[in-house]
Ligand binder design. Structure first.
Ligand SMILES: O=C1O[C@H](COP(=O)(O)O)[C@@H](O)[C@H](O)[C@H]1O
Length: 297
């Protein structure tokens, strides 16, 4: 799938974003389960879960065979599963409890372990699932290749629990690691590493919310590195200008391609440090970004 088109989809409203996310999830599910019986999905925490609300409603909920889903977390806070900070709890309340995924196919972290133990335990669990053929492996990198990652992004541009300038960004060997000094509370977490994220078959990066303006800029920088084509739906020029990407609007309107466009400012480029680590030969085979237009203000 390397070299496939990377898309940006921009939605005017939160409902349209949620609808689009549901639609594309169904599309990827259908496509991948034509050849295999398992569908491995990785969730982030945060606002992403709320954006999945349309997927658990008709018509989308009935278009998926949920018995094929195997669910993982891209990162988790080292807290008990019923803690308000738990990403498992968030996903369970907002998404998983509403669909018939077999409980044995929902892989939460072991909340009886400390950070290092929980990271090792989660990596061992994924390795076991690779051995049993539940999770695929990237033939190029030998890292696990999950079918679909559904990810949000933090205000500072962090993905999973991989924070800008943190040493964990350099991790090249481990599948799962831990952090005890997360700049965003709670401080103790486990997280998939970038090589694992990059090995995924598809990643939907959902970007939404007023406080995510900086993160949107960072995402745009990455998208510009990868996109062959940008699909702009009713993108108001003023909003592009607010974000400092007005020329993208003009150029995409005019030519429908980013190939010859020069627009991005150096400061946005510098801000993109975390996201640009996705720049890797094995990267992100499918890339969608969803932006709620009215939230930019
Ligand atoms: O701490 C986390 O933050 C990011 C972004 O979430 P949000 O709270 O800013 O909406 C999330 O993707 C990650 O899974 C989570 O642990």
């Amino acid at each position: 799938m390397a070299g496939e088109k990377k898309d940006v989809r921009i939605f005017e409203t939160d409902d349209e974003l949620s609808d689009g996310l549901a639609k594309y999830t169904v599309e990827i599910f259908r496509k991948l389960t034509q050849q295999k019986s398992n569908f491995t999905v990785v969730l982030s925490g945060g606002y992403l879960i709320q954006k999945l609300r349309k997927l658990v409603e008709p018509p989308y909920v009935d278009e998926i065979d949920w018995s094929k889903w195997h669910v993982f977390w891209v990162d988790e806070r080292v807290v008990m599963k019923d803690d308000p900070d738990s990403n498992y709890r968030l996903a369970n309340e907002g998404f998983l409890s509403k669909v018939p995924i077999p409980p044995a196919q929902i892989y939460a972290i072991n909340d009886n372990l400390d950070a290092e133990g929980a990271a090792d335990d989660y990596e061992a669990k994924v390795k076991e699932l690779v051995e049993h053929g539940v999770v695929d492996v990237s033939p190029h990198t030998k890292f696990p290749r999950f079918d679909l990652m559904l990810l949000g992004i933090g205000h500072d541009g962090h993905l999973a629990s991989l924070f800008p300038n943190h040493e964990l960004l350099q991790e090249k060997e481990k599948w799962v690691t831990f952090i005890k000094d997360s700049p965003k509370p709670p401080p103790v977490r486990i997280t998939f590493t970038f090589p694992v994220i990059n090995a995924s078959a598809y990643i939907f990066m959902v970007v939404a919310g007023t406080a995510e303006v900086d993160a949107v800029k960072k995402a745009v920088e990455v998208i510009l590195n990868y996109l062959n084509f940008i699909n702009v739906v009713n993108w108001p020029k003023e909003r592009g200008e607010e974000l400092g990407i007005g020329d993208i609007w003009k150029s995409t309107k005019r030519r429908g391609t980013l190939r010859n466009v020069t627009y991005i400012t150096d400061d946005i480029r510098r801000e993109a440090q975390t996201m640009s680590l996705i720049d890797h030969p094995n990267v992100v085979k499918g890339y969608c970004s969803f932006v709620v237009e009215h939230s930019f203000g």
